[in-house]
Design a binder for this molecule. Sequence first.
Ligand code: FAD
Ligand code: NAD
Length: 463
Amino acid sequence: MEFDLVVIGAGPGGYTAAIKAAQLGMKTAIVEKGKNLGGTCLNVGCIPSKALLSSSELFHEAQHGFKSHGIKAEGVTMDVAAMLKRKDGVVSKMARGIDYLMNKNGIEHVSGSGRIVNAGEVEVTGGEATRTLKTKRILIATGSSVSGLPFLEFDGETVLSSDHAIALGQAPESMIVIGGGAIGLELGSVWARLGTKVTVVEFLTRIAAIFDEDITQALQKLLQKQGLKFHLGTGVESAEKTKTGIKLTAAKGDKSLELEAEKVLVAVGRKPNTDDLGATEAGVELDERGRIRTDAEWQTNVPGIYAIGDVIAGPMLAHKAEQEAVAAVERMAGKAGRVNYDTIPWVIYTAPEVAAVGLTEAEAKEKGHEVSVGAFPFQANGRAVAGAHADGLAKVIADKATDRVLGAQILSANASELIAEAVLLMEFDGSAEDLARTIHAHPTMSEGLREAAHMAMGEPLHI
Ligand code: FAD
Ligand code: NAD
């Protein structure tokens, strides 16, 4: 029997591709070496981290936010074991959902590690029995894994990766987080809210550098209020285990810093999974950063072998992997699949959340645009003030000559949901005026984005 498509890896890229392929009539198999389908995102990434962020945010609110509403909640405690159990339950429930979708669409799930023998064969080992799957096409969706620092070997006890930091049995007394990106800020927030003294050490001169500086500075101040400490422009150079944890030596300009903590979380990025895959032996080219090189149809240089998601170039985001999955399979079927890389939203799920799409103000200027910018503070938004989450701002960046929206950034509660409007607007090449003249329900936080558009037009209303 020959498959039309064998997908290697069942993360959001791989399992979405399998569903789409089956729906388009392809006989499809998906090979996964992990216990559950769902990949990094479901098992150790997006979903468990968001479960912990939700629980810890409620705990923090009960301690610090309820009072302003008149709610007395004294002696609130956190049962960390129950929080972790809930998180594991969330993951299992969603994993069962993916199993259901595979069955419903008639996709064969082959357990084990997939290795490409050639463009028409995948060998699967480590499952029940070694099998060779014959196929017309192969889609590599093997994702990424944590990358570390050479002098800090992960041990799961003192030196943690995100895989460990979503499963700590109790809140450590102190934690150094190396890397002020998405993982560092999200998981740093989780444990800080539970009482851990968290210090973030970031190589660059600001955190979350994918956002504009006004946004990241506001975010940093809010996180500092929550107890997180920051050493920016600081590179960790060496480490030494101590009786109680770890001591790190870091360089900040020409100064040397010594930092000690019970644990260190290394969150300095992830690397593509291409080892033991047989891809390079089959002639598949990698780029200079070890990612699989693909063309505009997600096909590698070897005809019949495709790749998507974290294992190829571009932001390592679940929704990017999913979008590529659909488009790549559509291309295989002769359809016009496409990914608009200019409108991929980014979110960091701190409290408040921070979200962006398109160009930052700085990038727009670098690209030669004359820009008109509106930045509206949520302090002037009725719903935000009524809900006691008025920290943050919404920002719209438009091209001055055409009024076309080039990007938007939002720092606020639920920014992850609010950004969707800007994504849709940009997908349709919308203008600041389109956004400003669109009716938004009152009172809503979404009015904040509309007000930013008014400001970009030079016609502010409520400020
Ligand atoms: P993956 O999800 O990594 O899946 C690849 C799968 O392939 C894995 O299951 C792996 O076991 C399997 N595999 C690898 N090699 C083989 C082989 N040879 N044979 C068989 N199977 C194999 N992104 C967001 O968009 N939003 C978030 O909120 C978010 N939060 C995150 C939080 C954390 C802590 C982390 C670590 C990541 C987060 N991400 C988030 C990133 C997101 O998880 C990834 O971008 C996404 O999972 C990539 O999907 P993928 O399908 O390309 O690969
Ligand atoms: P990241 O690239 O987001 O951030 C890594 C940070 O570490 C950067 O700010 C970088 O400057 C810094 N850094 C690198 N080397 C350093 C060093 N030696 N010392 C100090 N700082 C150093 O990577 P991440 O946070 O590890 O996340 C990995 C991937 O997972 C990212 O691509 C991200 O897109 C994805 N992710 C996404 C989400 C989300 O969408 N909410 C959440 C978590 C992870």
